[in-house]
Design a protein around this ligand. Structure first.
Ligand SMILES: C[S@@+](CC[C@H](N)C(=O)[O-])C[C@H]1O[C@@H](n2cnc3c(N)ncnc32)[C@H](O)[C@@H]1O
Length: 254
């Protein structure tokens, strides 16, 4: 991964490719939802990147993925964006061996951590990408291909001047909806009240989704954590700080 990764980092990787179907170039959005912080890799994470990445990693190349070739089988595929250390993704994959999972994360220590979990749990249904998920969705995942899209505790960007960095915006929802199969679900969880309100407002404003829960404000329209979503590291930290958690599960309607 390193050659591509360092190239991305230096160039900011604003690919000029456009979707084969002419879909709007959302990867040209002016603001990204993350700031790349390299962080320190443990020796084990470095080994995972060296030894396990070739087997479980997918390099970003801007070309549509052949999911059958990637997983060597036909199965429903769920994507998780910003998996952090991948703990919760690995648990989901362990719990659902008949489903394929693609985790997308820009933080390399987290990628290394997930690779170690894949090895420890002997998972064959997970692949990992280390790149901006907006660009991956735009350029590498086909229209109507996904059985689910998970966004667990996206960066809340609490300061008002940073709200534009929040990944949940109408163009992002349009992109996500276009990659989901009709009826497939988008699951967004947050422990940040102001972001919960924002997420609810954007989901309700999107013409592509309908809530699986009846409710007319962000509290009543969200769920308690469903059993199939394992707790995440970020969530546990929020709970220690006394935060509540909101889970929004919406279906793609159009
Ligand atoms: C607040 S953390 C939550 C991590 C994990 N889901 C958890 O709950 O512990 C958000 C993560 O999303 C990642 N991220 C943010 N924007 C991203 C993007 N556009 N593509 C891929 N990863 C992204 C960040 O690197 C960060 O690790």
């Amino acid at each position: 991964m390193s050659a591509q990764y360092h190239q991305d980092k230096q160039q900011g990787d604003r690919s000029a490719r456009s979707d084969a179907d002419g879909t709007t170039r959302l990867s040209n959005l002016p603001v990204r939802s993350f700031v790349r912080r390299e962080g320190r890799l443990t020796q084990a994470q470095q080994r995972a990147l060296d030894e396990l990445w070739p087997q479980f990693g997918i390099e970003y190349d801007g070309q549509p993925l052949d999911l059958h070739a990637v997983f060597q089988r036909d199965a429903s595929t769920v994507v998780e964006i910003g998996f952090g250390n991948g703990e919760s993704l690995a648990q989901c994959a362990d719990d659902a061996p008949d489903t394929n999972f693609i985790g997308i994360e820009v933080h390399r220590p987290g990628v290394g951590h997930l690779l170690l979990e894949i090895e420890r749990r002997e998972l064959s249904n997970v692949r990992v990408m280390c790149h901006d998920a907006v660009e991956v969705l735009t350029n590498q995942l086909g229209l109507g291909t996904l059985a689910g899209l998970n966004l667990f505790f996206p960066d809340p960007w609490p300061k008002k001047r940073h709200h534009k960095r929040r990944i949940v915006q109408l163009p992002f929802l349009e992109l996500g909806a276009s990659r989901l199969k009709p009826g497939a679900r988008l699951h967004v969880a947050t422990d940040w009240e102001n972001y919960a309100e924002h997420i609810f407002d954007k989901l309700e404003a999107s013409p592509h989704f309908s809530n699986t829960v009846a409710g007319d404000d962000f509290n009543s329209a969200s769920l308690a954590r469903p059993d199939y979503r394992p707790p995440t590291k970020f969530e546990r930290r929020g709970k220690r700080l006394g935060h509540s958690v909101w889970d929004f599960v919406y279906e793609r309607t159009s």
